[in-house]
Design a protein around this ligand. Structure first.
Ligand code: TLP
Length: 381
């Protein structure tokens, strides 16, 4: 019986090897399943491109995008502009670059912008606006609902006074990273836009995850972008493209943003290879973000039933949690054990001591969630 099994198995293996070699001889590639091996919840930035994206990238039509000659990039930019209800768009390498291009295109050196003190642009982009653009951030406290108080905003606008920098712009972030993935409503954005218009200010939105906000509110992204002069959004993260973000706005702004992208070294040549994945991100993946939100809710519910674990918040695809005071295990040991024994990746959140931030994404399915819950409960039991 044992010998029989071995004989069968080796026959099966050798037939597979023969088939594979015939296929490769004929130029047919047998696609291996491309799955993420680990359960990686550290961020949605860890998401890998899907098999469909890899195929589209391999077959992308390309040209030199600095000459505006890449048909795939041109299509992606046109589609993004239409989806956001803006005149034009430019493909950039990252969310950070999109935000910086926007600020460099909107503001002169010595001008000031009003921005949340917990915003990604202020906290996590190396102060690029000041380093490279001489732009001065005037920060306001971000509330737990991810907004800045409108009265604070009005009060922060500098009068025409030669002692003070000219206030040029106000920036929002939707969904808000440090607030825990909280989405900002179209109504609030419209109120900020009205204040901006009345005071001759530009409104920029860091919409790295604005499609998560649209999914959460069940609104068209145009409603969230309606009052904004420019929006950056990411094709990576929840939308799974391997790289790339898009900045949208009016034509003359996008022309200036393209100049800023050039000086930042971000003008790519045959970028259609990336834009091909971006097309799938933009047209297909944004419609499934509701699944990531449902998975985050499921995971938070499961984790909340484990004694010793305290859920602080769950919004869109984000979960923040802590270990209860009675748990003796240091947070780093908890994280290391999950990684070593269960291949589950989490990391302590840099924004607040003692807190772990999780993010769901395309590669976190229901089976992964069940594994995470049982791994965490085994470690804490
Ligand atoms: N955020 C990253 C880290 O940089 C913290 C993450 O893991 O969340 N805006 C927002 C709101 C973001 O969260 C990020 C990325 C960016 C901009 C920058 O995007 P990239 O990483 O493409 O430059």
């Amino acid at each position: 019986m044992g010998d029989h099994f071995v004989a069968h198995a080796s026959l099966l293996l050798s037939s597979f090897a023969v088939l594979t070699s015939i296929a490769s001889h004929c130029g047919i590639r047998i696609q291996r399943a491309k799955r993420m091996k680990t359960i990686d919840l550290r961020s949605d930035t860890v998401s890998h491109p899907t098999a469909e994206m890899r195929e589209a990238m391999a077959n992308a039509e390309v040209g030199d995008d600095v000459y505006h000659d890449d048909p795939t990039v041109n299509q992606l930019e046109a589609d993004a502009a239409a989806i956001f209800g803006k005149e034009a768009a430019v493909f950039v390498t990252s969310g950070t670059q999109g935000n910086l291009c926007a600020l460099l295109a909107h503001c002169q050196r010595g001008e000031s912008i009003i921005i949340g003190d917990a915003s990604h642009i202020f906290r996590y982009e190396q102060g690029g606006m000041a380093q490279l653009g001489g732009i001065i951030p005037h920060t306001l406290p971000v509330q737990s609902d991810a907004t800045m108080r409108l009265c604070d905003l009005e009060a922060a606008i500098n009068p025409d006074d030669e002692h003070k920098p000219v206030t040029r712009l106000v920036a929002l972030e939707n969904t808000h990273n440090m607030a825990g993935g909280v989405p900002i409503s179209a109504e609030y954005t419209a109120q900020v836009a009205e204040i901006a218009r009345r005071n001759n200010l530009i409104l920029h939105i860091d919409g790295a995850r604005i499609f998560n906000a649209a999914a959460a509110f069940k609104v068209d992204v145009q409603e969230l972008a309606a009052g904004a002069d420019s929006v950056t959004f990411c094709l990576s993260k929840g939308l799974c493209a391997p790289a790339g973000s898009i900045l949208v706005g009016d034509r003359s702004f996008i022309r200036r943003a393209r100049r800023a992208r050039k000086v930042l070294g971000g003008s790519l040549r045959q970028a259609g290879v990336l834009a091909a994945a971006g097309m799938i991100a933009l047209h297909k993946m944004r419609h499934r973000l509701v699944d990531d939100h449902a998975h985050a809710q499921l995971l938070a519910e499961g984790l909340s039933e484990i004694p010793g674990l305290v859920i602080k918040s769950q919004n869109t695809n984000f979960i923040f949690f802590t270990l209860a005071d009675q748990v003796a295990m240091p947070l780093d040991d908890f994280v290391n054990r999950l990684r070593r024994d269960y291949n589950v990746f989490m990391s302590p959140y840099s924004g607040e001591r003692g807190v772990i931030r999780l993010r769901t994404h395309y590669w976190i399915d229901r089976a992964a969630i069940a594994k995470v819950i049982s791994a965490v409960s085994a470690i804490l039991s």
